[in-house]
Write a protein that binds this ligand. Sequence first.
Ligand SMILES: [Zn+2]
Length: 331
Amino acid sequence: MAGRRGPGLLGRAITAFVVAASLSVVCVGEAHRSTPACARARGELTVDDLPAGSSVLDCRAVGRLITHDGAGVTVPEPGTTVSVDALTADGSARDFTLAVAADGTVSYGHGHEEGHGEARTEALTGSRRDAPAPCADGAYSTAGRKEYGTYEWFVGDGPLPGGLSRAEARRAFQDAVATITTSRNDCGYDDTVTAKARYLSTTGNEAGIDRAARCVRRDGLSVWDGGDLGTDAVATTCSWSRPVPGGPDELLEADVRFNTHDYAFTDHPSGGCTQAYDIRSVATHEAGHVFGLGHSGAGHENLTMFANSFACSTDARSLGKGDVLGLRSLY
Ligand SMILES: [Zn+2]
């Protein structure tokens, strides 16, 4: 399953065409052009209000919130893909991707493993004890996007996890980002990954993620901060990208928020830790999303890109085999 990609957009388009063609046979004699069955609802939309193959232009859906299985994003401008990756405490992965083609056509789940898209909520039944050791587990998935240049990022001026000072948080985040860009691991793999990042400054801007962990606002700055994500998400990454011919999407912006409202974090897990999440472990996982990694899936509980973070554990601070292979496949 490593790196497996689902049916591409072209496949979906062909499927949509076939369906449309067969419908047109059924509908002979009826109106030649029907009003698109989309976006009629007021307020929040669901994927049923904006089905794959419909147009955000016909549906006037740009800027509207669309939800599925508890995940949500604001419909972006044509030529943009938006993805949400939530790290949850109840053991489920909440991923949702909405791609809007340059002509306005909607597709879901572009990129993530299996490609079946829409929201993928996966029950985590395995245990770390039963899963392969991190250096023996080569599983990974990629999200169909990468940072082609340098990921330039900011730290917000609001609350930060673990009550850290801004300087402490910046160091913790910077260390986590560097773990991804240098593919730092304890498995003996050399760093061949060419990803680059640069911390810029503190900002008054915030991560564009709302109190239900939905990707609602792209402001041009990639911001790491803390806030309320609702009760399920420990941390969330929202990324916006655009298609590149013949390659993965190009990352435009990636925001990361820690749920400081509902969860305890620490930069120094120790014997006394009972429920706090290790900031650097969570940050390394989120940085993996920033640089285009998806979740490693059930049965791969010891990899950094497994969809759950384990309280008081620092294991995800360094990468496992699959995490490294995933980065190498992109960089
Ligand atoms: Zn994740």
